[in-house]
Design a protein around this ligand. Structure first.
Ligand code: RTP
Ligand code: MG
Length: 154
């Protein structure tokens, strides 16, 4: 058995507007106690960006969000830590960087976000979305402990 049972995983994305700041963002992430357990740079198509953010389909910002997220490479990162999902959302800060700068000046969106669309980073917002989003970028990753006697085949 490993000692990693309490560690939670979440999906972070460094969005196209902040890829140039990736080294500094990763430094802050690691200094905040997260482990980077997988990382991948990818340039999404508009369709893939729409699939990833399907929960926002039909909202007024959806088209804009798809073109932003497919407008350049992104870096998808799996982070692990106790309470990773909530703690990464806190470290990211609020959706709108202006709001982030007022209320949470040390947050990543306060430091690196440009506007309410180009806001530097993404984070999963629940256990269910973390699971879906990690699989979206890292389909081979085994997410749940596999009980003894079962195979990884599905
Ligand atoms: P994310 O999913 O990227 O972690 O961001 P979030 O939970 O803080 O915000 P969400 O409501 O899920 O929105 C997803 C992303 O859509 C863009 N957005 N643009 N009014 C706008 O122009 C607007 N609102 C949201 C942002 O890139 C936001 O992060
Ligand atoms: Mg969201």
């Amino acid at each position: 058995m490993s000692g990693n049972v309490e560690l939670e995983k979440t999906l972070a994305i460094i969005k196209p507007d902040a890829v140039q700041d990736a080294d500094e963002i990763k430094r802050i992430i690691k200094a905040s106690g997260f482990s980077v357990i997988a990382e991948r740079q990818i340039h999404l198509s508009t369709e893939q960006a729409g699939d990833f953010y399907a929960e926002h389909y039909g909202k007024m910002f959806f088209t804009n969000l798809m073109s932003f997220m497919s407008g350049g490479p992104i870096i998808a990162i799996v982070l692990a830590k106790k309470n990773a999902i909530e703690d990464w959302r806190k470290l990211m800060g609020p959706t709108n960087p202006m709001d982030a700068r007022e209320r949470f000046p040390d947050s990543i969106r306060a430091l690196f976000g440009k506007d309410q669309t180009q806001n530097s980073v993404h984070g999963s917002d629940s256990v269910a979305s973390a699971s879906r989003e990690i699989r979206f970028f890292f389909p081979q990753m085994i997410l749940e402990p596999i009980p003894t006697g079962q195979t990884t085949e599905r």
